[in-house]
Design a protein around this ligand. Structure first.
Ligand code: GLU
Length: 470
């Protein structure tokens, strides 16, 4: 049955090479969205055939990355290397049906053929295509695919449209290396077929492979999956994404304090979109997403947009969750936190999150609440505390002492009433009060800062600042 008529099965097929690239995250997201949109299945295949880089730790990076992104597959992962016997069996079948041949070309012969092929503007061919095996058969050899010499291979891509490849330019690729190891293109075809993948959605750096893979499917008499090749993600300057553009690994985004739901929302718009909608829920994305609507042009990473989207989700996030994320960020930096500071953090988070673009910013904005008495007061803040101001703050402290309702609204009223009783504007003591409460660290408006600190801590900090210098 053609893939388009079967229930949708998508997959993400990362190689466990160390970190999980943001492009892989976007590919995973699109596969996940398309599967969810179609009521289908989203699978994971770990392409661990590179035995040196494929460590358990690197596999864990992928599992953790997907779990963090909230894109967990619907079945346990398939490990490609473990399927090598099956890959070899398929190659044996191709050898029997004439779809593949053994090739005894030496390194030197291959180099010479490469030169000739380049000069003639064609892909390399092996003389063993149409030759009988040499005598003394057990010489080391590879198995090559026996591709057509002329004509065209068409890839009907759901994003790129129909892409034509001249078969002259597609070489007889190696299916099995001389040590019997299956190669990438062969393994991908066999695994996608066996896993029942209907839609191969991946980065467009694999478009050329789609032509080679199409030929292998045809040689095996298997029905083709639908292909959809996604435009790459570029940096803000339009150049290919690289280290100098900043973070690239999913783990780095997590560590900087981006929220997974914000990443899903932001990444969904890299190459796809729903009109001008910038902010949307998973449910909306799932309802709207169709891989056919992905655009061809490369998408650009835009740090301002990520920050904007993330700020939206930080504001919407549950305070207890944000508090524990902030504590995790501190733990990662090796910072410990005492019980009382933890309580103040919990009170500060809802009052400062409005301005936080990331969890790390949430930490910066909460820092004033975390420091311990007596807090350090920077020189600029200290300079505000003149004799006159100190006297006034002393009266303010008394005023606040009798303040029962310790909430932003009530404290705003109390501060105003105090200003009135002093016959001055809030400006006359607002700055200095802030100095005593935060010592010059960023802090929210006064009523919020007082609320976050609580009565005892606030009055204690004011008293510390007013007490005679040591
Ligand atoms: N393992 C390949 C990669 O990480 C993906 C192959 C595919 O999606 O077909 O680029």
């Amino acid at each position: 049955m053609p893939a388009s008529e079967r229930p949708v099965v998508t997959r993400i097929a990362p190689s466990p090479t160390g970190s999980m690239h943001i492009g892989t995250a976007r590919t995973a997201l699109f596969n996940w969205l398309y599967a969810r949109h179609s009521g289908g299945t989203f699978l994971l295949r770990i392409e661990d055939t590179d035995r040196e880089r494929s460590t358990e730790a690197n596999v864990q990076v992928i599992l953790d990355g997907l779990a963090w992104l909230g894109l967990e597959p619907d079945a346990p992962p398939v490990f490609q290397f473990a399927r090598a016997e099956r890959h070899r069996a398929v190659v044996a079948r191709l050898l029997e049906t004439g779809g593949a041949y053994r090739c005894w070309m030496t390194v030197e012969e291959l180099a010479a053929e490469r030169e000739i092929a380049r000069a003639e503007g064609r892909a390399i061919r092996s003389p063993w295509r149409d030759r009988d095996p040499p005598a003394g058969v057990n010489l080391p050899h590879v198995v090559r695919f026996k591709g057509p010499l002329d004509g065209e291979t068409l890839v009907h891509d759901l994003v790129k449209g129909t892409v034509r490849f001249g078969n002259r330019e597609l070489d007889d690729l190696v299916l099995l290396r001389s040590d019997g190891a299956p190669t990438y293109n062969l393994a991908v075809v066999v695994d996608d077929h066996d896993m029942g993948i209907t839609h191969v959605i991946r980065g467009d750096d694999h478009l050329n492979n789609a032509a080679r893979q199409t030929l292998i499917y045809q040689a095996l008499g298997w029905s083709l999956p639908e292909f959809a090749h996604l435009p790459l993600i570029h940096g803000p300057d339009g150049a290919k994404l690289s280290k100098r553009h900043g973070a690239q690994a999913v783990g780095e985004f997590a560590d900087m304090g981006y929220l997974p739901e914000a990443m899903r929302n932001y990444l969904a718009r890299l190459g796809w979109g729903h009109g001008d909608d910038e902010l949307f829920s998973d449910a909306q994305a799932i309802a709207w997403f169709d891989v056919r609507d992905v655009v061809k042009a490369p998408a650009r990473l835009d740090w301002n947009k990520i920050a904007h989207v993330n700020n939206h989700y930080v504001r919407a996030a549950d305070d207890a969750r944000l508090t524990s994320l902030t504590l995790e960020a501190m733990a990662r930096r090796g910072e410990t936190i005492a019980e009382d500071a933890r309580d103040r953090l919990m009170s500060a988070v809802p009052l400062v999150k409005e301005g936080a673009k990331t969890v790390l910013e949430l930490l910066d904005l909460s820092r004033f609440a975390l420091v311990h008495r007596p807090i350090a007061i920077d020189a600029k803040s200290e300079a505000l505390l003149t004799e006159e101001v100190r006297a006034r703050l002393g009266r303010l402290a008394k005023h606040l002492w009798s303040q029962e309702d310790w909430t932003p609204a009530a404290l705003t009223v109390a501060l105003r009433a105090f200003a009135e009783s002093e016959g001055v504007g809030l400006g006359k003591f607002g700055g200095p009060l802030r100095a005593t409460l935060s010592g010059g660290l960023p802090a929210p408006d006064l009523a919020s800062a007082l609320t976050a600190l609580g009565r005892d801590e606030s009055l204690g900090r004011i008293a510390d600042a007013l007490s005679p210098r040591k």
